[in-house]
Design a protein around this ligand. Structure first.
Ligand code: ADP
Ligand code: MG
Length: 698
């Protein structure tokens, strides 16, 4: 082997050789010949293999790179290999790893692209990207001509975007005989994929799992978080060395568990070994992502108790990222999953029981390097009787308006005959079309309008896109840009357990009495006024990283605005209309998410009469009669989160097409709106009369 790296012409580093040794031990390594032969002979290939066998990182994309001629006939044009990932953390972490393996700099030969962050360049030959980003690329490059090979990874996850890609790629492959597709998955759905892709050949890479002993609880656990923490501490005190992986549902829970576990283990003192507790969720910082792969902390004293790494993760660690050295898995049996009720159009992330397939995946994580143990915090009976065999594909449980807009933008008009792997419920599709029609994205014949064309360019939900595109008409696009950016990044407020009171006071200082959106705007303005200073953020309990990304997102959105000549403007801050215009522009996007305060003291959503409560995180100092909200959260109760007050008069002004009193169920809201329409109607006729009189005098 030559010591020169063909990708950048430099000498290989020692690290390269070290990693190469490890690569050679991965099961996929031994299937290189078979894989390349099959790839040469077929346009589509399905590859299945146990999680961690080396599909994503080390082998397949790199094999492809070695084997496929990336230079086209006219040597100026270079092709790329693209590998999709359902999760952004995975796209980032995996591409970094592969860059190391290939001994190149990330962002150069190997890059990644996720929403609002493109870390690739003209020299990139291997790009990891989230599935929705590949869909976005298809909007401007319908035949995906920059790629020679596309790898759809984690296909079994069946995210909405991956499912749309299936249908799209099936068409693209017919039009581009030179394009190749590799679908990678765990074993479960492989045959279904095979059938879908005209019987494409299937390569199976046998796994190499050690036995995992499974334990169930005798009784159902009342509080799985508390039970999980207790189990971690017990394992650490009583079990032989080996790292621990705990599955929880979201950032908040994970951070909470990290603090509690660290504290409890500290309290035990030095009869137990040192621990390193590492959180893993979608927005965790890149620095943390690296710590994940570092070894457990070393011994404090010679011959003393062994150290342990404890990873607390969402389902990212189920199949997307493999962390070596895990011997104990704790599985409470829950995950946050999207659920959608098309009747009332509520999509929400709900903590729900996982499937048997997920439970199986989770336990498998314990047996990668040696025999392991998995503690399921539910009863065996519950496993057998209550869990579904498989997780439902996302397309069957999502609000589809964003997907329909994407498909329209991709030029696919006939949704009914689009070749879905699993066809979504007709009711969900109808709802999506209806929503887009109300927003003015689609005309009555279902074609994209001019507005729809522009909105489709923004990587945002249709409501937010609409709010942004119409904001210049309300003379507040600068402010709506900032609000959209703030809504697109993780929660910026920090509330550490040991300083909750101070944090709440800090938040209150940013509070705007009319609504949470305006509070977010205040935070953003304050951040900019304080020169984006990190210590200012720290003192004011706001997350510097979140604000920094908001700033970046804002810039990118502003750039898209400029491309369409959408004016950047603001109402004079001292004008009475400053906040009014902003609230009106928000209503113009979110008019389908309005709730009315009934005399009984609770809020009711207007079109479907659901009782909802203001989320306790709100900053309002009163209960406005009408509110718009950013999201519905179903937890112990039906909450609306990120809320701002609007006025009834604006609703009849801005969204009369949606709030036709004839279609509103009986409620106070309906009566109030009817009255407002009467007033507006009278105003309108009298204005008309004025006009007539005026012209007759003329
Ligand atoms: P698969 O895609 O088949 O599930 P992967 O390619 O993700 O498997 O992982 C193969 C191996 O690479 C695993 O042993 C995993 O721990 C290791 N690995 C992945 N990312 C990193 C990283 N950033 N640092 C060190 N090892 C890594
Ligand atoms: Mg993988």
């Amino acid at each position: 082997m030559t010591p020169i790296n063909r990708w950048n012409g430099r000498l290989y580093s020692q690290r390269y050789y070290d990693i190469l040794e490890k690569r050679k031990t991965l099961p996929v390594w031994h299937h290189k010949e078979e894989f390349l032969k099959s790839l040469k002979e077929n346009q589509t290939l399905i590859l299945v293999g146990e999680t961690g066998c080396g599909k994503t990182t080390q082998q397949i994309p790199q094999f492809v790179l070695e084997a496929v001629e990336l230079e086209s006939a006219d040597r100026r044009k270079k092709f790329m290999v693209g590998c999709t990932q359902p999760r952004r953390v995975a796209a980032m972490s995996v591409s970094r790893r592969v860059a190391e393996e290939m001994d190149v700099t990330i962002g150069e030969e190997v890059g990644y692209s996720i929403r609002f962050e493109d870390c690739s360049s003209g020299t990139t030959v291997l790009k990891y990207l989230t599935d929705d980003m590949l869909l976005r690329e298809a909007m401007t490059d319908p035949l995906l001509e920059r790629y020679k090979v596309i790898i759809l990874d984690e296909a079994h996850e069946r995210t909405l975007a991956t499912d749309v890609l299936f249908g799209l790629l099936k068409e693209v492959l017919e039009n581009r005989p030179d394009l190749k597709l590799v679908v990678m998955s765990d074993t479960l759905e492989a045959e279904k994929f095979q059938g879908y892709f005209f019987g494409a050949p299937l390569i199976k890479v046998p796994g190499r799992l050690h036995p995992v002993e499974i334990f169930y609880t005798q009784e159902p656990e009342r509080d799985y978080l508390e039970a999980a923490i207790r189990t971690v501490v017990q394992i650490h005190m009583c079990e032989p060395p080996g790292d621990i992986l705990v599955f929880l549902t979201d950032e908040e829970e994970i951070e909470d568990a990290c603090r509690k576990i660290t504290k409890e283990i500290e309290n035990i003192g030095d009869q137990v070994g040192p621990v390193k507790v590492v959180p893993l969720y979608s927005t965790v910082l890149p620095a943390m992502q690296q710590i994940l792969f570092e070894p457990a902390p070393s011994l404090l004293t010679e011959g003393g108790p062994a150290g342990r790494k404890i990873v607390i993760s969402t389902n990212i660690a189920e199949t997307s990222l493999t962390i070596d050295g895990i011997v104990y898995v704790i599985d409470p049996g829950f995950a946050k999953q999207k659920v959608y009720n098309p009747r009332v159009q509520v999509e929400s992330l709900l903590v729900s029981p996982i499937s048997k397939a997920s439970a199986h995946q989770r336990s498998g994580r314990a047996g990668r390097t040696q025999p392991g143990k998995c503690f399921r915090l539910y009863t065996e009976k519950s496993f057998n009787n209550d869990l579904y065999p498989q997780t439902y594909p996302e397309i069957l449980r999502s609000n589809l308006s964003n997907m329909v807009l994407t498909l329209k933008k991709l030029g696919i008009d006939d949704l009914v005959h689009f070749n879905f792997l699993d066809t979504p419920a007709p009711e969900s599709l109808m709802r999506a079309l209806e929503v887009l029609n109300y927003l003015g994205v689609l005309d009555d014949d279902g074609n994209l309008t001019k507005l729809g064309e522009i909105m489709g360019e923004f990587p945002l939900d249709p409501q937010m896109g609409k709010m942004l595109v119409v904001s210049p008409e309300f003379n507040c696009s600068n402010e709506i840009l900032s609000i959209s950016a703030m809504l697109s990044v993780p929660n910026c407020f920090v509330r550490p357990i040991e300083a909750q009171k101070a944090a709440d006071e800090a938040k209150a200082r940013f509070g705007h009495i009319d609504g949470d959106h305006l509070t977010l705007l205040n935070v953003y303005h304050a951040y900019k006024q304080n020169n984006e200073d990190q210590s200012w953020c720290y003192e004011n309990f706001v997350n510097h990283q979140a604000l920094k990304s908001a700033d970046n997102v804002r810039q990118q959105l502003a750039y898209i605005m400029a491309r369409f000549n959408l004016k950047l403007c603001s109402t004079d801050f001292n004008s009475r209309d400053y906040y009014i215009n902003i609230r009106k522009a928000m209503l113009a996007g979110y008019f389908m998410q309005v709730a009315h305060l009934e005399r009984t003291g609770h809020y009711l959503t207007v079109k479907d009469n659901q009782v909802v409560h203001l989320h306790p995180s709100n900053c309002l100092d009163h209960k406005p009669e009408w509110v718009i909200y950013n999201e519905h959260v179903l937890t112990s109760s039906n909450f609306i989160r990120t809320v701002t007050g609007v006025r009834g008069g604006w609703i009849v002004d801005i969204a009369p097409h949606y709030y036709d009193p004839e279609n509103i169920p009986n409620s106070e809201a309906k009566r109030v709106l009817e009255r407002l329409y009467d007033i507006a109607g009278n105003l309108w006729t009298s204005r008309n009369c004025d006009h007539v009189i005026y012209s007759s005098q003329d």
